[in-house]
Ligand binder design. Structure first.
Ligand code: PMV
Length: 348
């Protein structure tokens, strides 16, 4: 039975809901798909706290599917089109979605193009609203199945969004962990020493990226190193799991940085090469390595599909590390966003 089977034969009614959902940063990267939104390797991420999307959706019965979307109060037809295409992709499983009109009001706590994945927070916030709507029709509770469904529906909209449905650390993709799945994410508990990690985001450039993640995933299909990358990611996933479980910050940090550099190496060596890191990204990475050599403090970086660095470190070292960031690294940045591990989505 698919996760949407119970909703196949219902009839729509009017309903309104609102969810706040955070972004997440991958420690082991999802890069490359097999089939429709199925990851080529398992990934693992930390859900953020301060960077989130708040989305309110009004569902109304209608003769045909229509979507109106307002971002920070401004009408955004491009995003409305994306949500409509996503709902259309679900119509085979839930045909009556065709008889809905949606008005969506959404806002982010972080600016667009700052290296924080707005698709992860945005699509998970929307999927949570949709799941809430579906459950309101069947009268089901918001239990484990609710979040599993929300994660499944988030994945179909944007892969990494499925991990934002849970707080703390989350894995997605088939692995040796019990209950792991390619279809939805699963929460993952870590050693207390690594439970309170900080994430200072160095915004090196806010310019919109030249190659979308969708296109980047696609380029893995013909990539000369694809199989080697998927094997490396699976190995890194297992090592990251053991580092986080045992509280081995050095192992965690080494894999974290290697995963970020491998992701960008894939971009640079893909059939149509491209590069998203900028000179200041490299300068900051060199300075972080030098800082670590000199102080022995556990400050590590990772990158999303963009030039901006996420600096990850345990909260207990924040005083010295934040002094270094603000004195030495901030001249390389446009701005710094202070974030940390968060508790996951809430209904607003
Ligand atoms: O979820 P997508 O399709 O935007 O891809 C996200 C890919 C990375 O952010 C680079 C890695 C990840 O696992 O989040």
């Amino acid at each position: 039975m698919s996760l949407t089977t119970p909703f196949e034969k219902l009839s729509p009614k009017d309903f309104e809901t609102c969810w706040r959902s955070p972004s997440n940063i991958a420690f082991v990267k999802y890069w490359g798909k097999k089939g429709h939104q199925i990851p080529a390797n398992p990934s693992l991420s930390m859900t953020l706290k301060e960077c989130f999307t708040e989305t309110k959706v009004a569902f109304k019965k209608s003769d045909a599917l229509s979507v109106e979307l307002f971002l920070e109060g401004n009408r955004e037809d491009r995003f409305a089109g994306k949500v409509k295409a996503y709902l259309e992709s679900l119509i085979t499983d839930i045909p009556w979605l065709n008889n809905l009109s949606l008005v969506i009001n959404t806002k982010n706590t972080f600016p667009h193009g700052t290296g924080i994945a707005s698709s992860a927070s945005g699509m998970s916030a929307f999927a949570l609203c949709l799941t809430d709507y579906l459950h309101s029709l069947t009268g089901e509770e918001q239990g484990d199945l609710f979040f599993k469904r929300a994660s499944h529906l988030s994945r179909l909209a944007s892969g990494s969004a499925c991990r934002s449905v849970y707080g703390g650390f989350t894995t997605w993709g088939e692995s040796d962990l019990p209950e792991s799945s390619d279809k939805y994410a699963t929460p993952f508990s870590v050693h207390p020493d690594l439970a309170h990690l900080k994430d200072s985001v160095l915004v090196i450039s806010g310019v919109e990226k030249t190659v979308s993640s969708r296109s980047g995933h696609g380029r893995m299909n013909e990539h000369a190193f694809a199989e080697a990358r998927f094997l490396q990611a699976k190995k890194d996933f297992n090592l990251m799991v053991s580092a986080l479980k045992s509280g081995d910050v050095e192992l965690m940090g080494n894999i974290l940085e290697n995963e970020a550099l491998s992701l960008h190496a894939m971009m640079m060596t893909s059939p149509e090469s491209y590069m998203l890191i900028r000179p200041n990204t490299l300068a900051a990475m060199e300075m972080i390595w030098a800082f670590r050599r000199e102080t022995g403090l556990p400050l590590y970086f990772t990158l999303d599909a963009g030039p901006n660095l996420h600096l990850i470190y345990p909260e207990v070292f924040q005083h010295k590390i934040k002094t270094f960031i603000s004195h030495e690294l901030s001249p390389l940045t446009q701005k710094i966003i202070e974030d940390e591990r968060g508790e996951g989505p809430v209904k607003c």
